[in-house]
Design a protein around this ligand. Structure first.
Ligand code: M6R
Length: 369
C-alpha cells in the first residue's frame, strides 16, 4: 500500500507532481477558457459577488491565505480568509452577494461544516474545494471543485495542500474570466505556468537529500522559526505547522516584516530560522527587505536556512544552508517552496523517533467542533 515507501507521508510527498497535474486536467478547453463545469453557481451571481470569504482549518486555512493574494490580484474582489472555528461566533457580515469558499481535504471537518452552514443561512452561496468525493462539505455546498490528489492517508497534509492551491488559483482565474478581468490569453498563460509546476515540484523532490541531512542535524533543537513575506508568509505558517505536528517541536511562522515588532527578541545563538525568500523578479522590493531580515537575524547568531530561487545570488552570503527552488511566477511560488518544508518536517520526525503518519493526539479528520 505504501508502494515501497516507509511512510504514507513520504509516498504522498512523492505523488505531488502527479496530484498537481491531475487537478489541472480537463479544466481548460481548446480556446484557452476555463471550464469548471462543477462550479454550478450562475455566472450572474459570480459577477455580482461583492466579496469572497474563505473558511478553512489548519493546512487548508494556509491554502486560503495564499488564495487571497491570487483572488484579489486577478479579480479585484475583496477577499477575507478566516479560521472556520472563529467564523460564525463573531457574527460575520454575509449576504447573498458574498461568495463563501470552504476548503477541506476530508470534507468532514466540523468547524468548516458549521461555518458553511452559517454562511448558507445568511443567504450566501458556498463553493467547496474538497478532495473527498461525496463527503459532507461538498454535499452541503452549492457547488464543489474537487482536488484530484487521490486519497491522503498521512495525518499531516501534503499533496492535498498543493492541489488546494491549484484549485484556488483555478477559482481565482475563473472568477476573473466570468467578471472579465482575466481574458483567455492571460488565463492560458497562467495555466501554462501551472502546467510547468508539476515538473518543477519533481525537480525539487530530486534535490532533497541535503534538506534531509540538515533536518537530522537539528534533531535535538527545541525551536525553529519560519519567516516569509507575501505568499511566502502562509508558506512559513505551513512549515511551522508541519514541524509542530510531526516533530513535536516548538515552531512559529512570522511575516518577516513583523520581526522588528517583537519576534526578533527570540533570536539567539544557533537558533534555526527558515526563511522563504520571494522571487527577486517581480516584487523585488520585498526580496531586498527579506535579504536585510536575513542579515539582521544572522548578525544575532541565528542559523539561517534560506529557501530561494535558483539564480538568486543576493542571499547566498547570508545563508548557512541554501535550499534552491525553481523560478516560478510570484503567486505560484508556494507550490514549490512548501515542498522542502514538508521533507524537512518529515525527516525531523523520523530522526526524533516519532510516528510520522499518525502523530500523537491528532486525527486525520476532525469531526468535532
Ligand atoms: O480535512 P480538512 O482539510 O478540513 O482538515 C483541516 C485540518 O484539520 C488539517 O489541514 C490539519 O491541519 C492537518 N493535519 C495539517 O497537516
Amino acid at each position: 500500500e505504501k508502494a515501497g515507501y516507509d511512510y504514507f507521508m513520504l509516498k504522498e510527498i512523492a505523488e505531488q507532481p502527479k496530484a498537481v497535474a491531475d487537478t489541472l486536467l480537463g479544466r481548460i478547453d481548446a480556446a484557452g477558457s476555463l471550464t469548471l463545469d462543477e462550479v454550478r453557481i450562475g455566472a450572474a451571481e459570480l459577477r455580482e459577488a461583492d466579496k469572497v470569504v474563505i473558511v478553512a482549518c489548519g493546512t487548508a486555512f494556509h491554502a486560503g491565505l495564499i488564495a487571497k493574494y491570487a483572488i484579489e490580484h486577478w479579480t479585484r474582489i475583496p477577499c477575507e480568509v478566516e479560521l472556520a472555528s472563529e467564523f460564525r461566533y463573531r457574527d460575520p457580515i454575509l449576504g447573498p452577494r458574498s461568495l463563501v469558499i470552504a476548503i477541506s481535504q476530508s470534507g468532514e471537518t466540523m468547524d468548516t461544516l458549521m461555518a458553511l452552514r452559517h454562511a448558507r443561512e445568511q443567504g450566501s452561496k458556498v463553493l467547496a474545494i474538497c478532495n473527498t468525493n461525496g463527503s459532507t462539505i461538498p454535499r452541503e455546498s452549492d457547488a464543489v471543485l474537487y482536488t484530484h490528489a487521490g486519497p491522503e492517508v498521512a495525518v499531516a497534509s501534503t499533496k492535498a495542500f498543493l492541489t488546494q492551491l491549484v484549485a484556488c488559483y483555478l477559482v481565482a482565474l475563473y472568477l476573473g474570466q466570468v467578471r472579465g478581468t482575466k481574458w483567455a490569453d492571460e488565463i492560458r498563460a497562467v495555466i501554462r505556468d501551472l502546467a510547468q509546476i508539476s515538473g518543477q515540484v519533481e525537480r525539487v523532490l530530486e534535490t532533497m537529500e541535503p534538506v534531509r541531512a540538515l533536518a537530522r542535524s537539528l534533531a535535538d533543537k527545541k525551536t525553529v522559526l519560519f519567516l516569509g513575506r507575501h505568499v511566502g508568509y502562509p508558506v512559513a505558517l505551513e512549515g511551522a505547522l508541519k514541524l509542530k505536528e510531526l516533530a513535536y517541536m516548538h515552531a512559529e511562522g512570522f511575516a518577516a516584516g513583523e520581526l522588528k515588532h517583537g519576534p526578533i527578541a527570540l533570536v539567539e545563538e544557533d537558533l534555526p530560522v527558515v526563511v522563504v525568500v520571494p522571487s527577486p523578479r517581480g516584487r523585488s522590493v520585498l526580496h531586498d527587505k527579506i535579504v536585510s531580515n536575513i542579515q539582521e537575524i544572522r548578525a544575532r547568531g541565528a542559523r539561517t536556512i534560506v529557501i530561494a530561487e535558483e539564480g538568486d545570488e543576493a542571499v547566498a552570503p547570508y545563508a548557512d544552508h541554501l535550499v534552491r527552488i525553481p523560478a516560478t511566477p510570484v503567486l505560484l511560488q508556494p507550490l514549490v517552496a512548501t515542498v522542502p518544508l514538508q521533507v524537512f518536517a518529515c525527516e525531523l520526525a523520523t530522526a526524533r523517533g516519532n510516528e510520522v503518519d499518525q502523530p500523537r493526539n491528532l486525527a486525520k479528520s476532525v469531526t468535532v467542533e
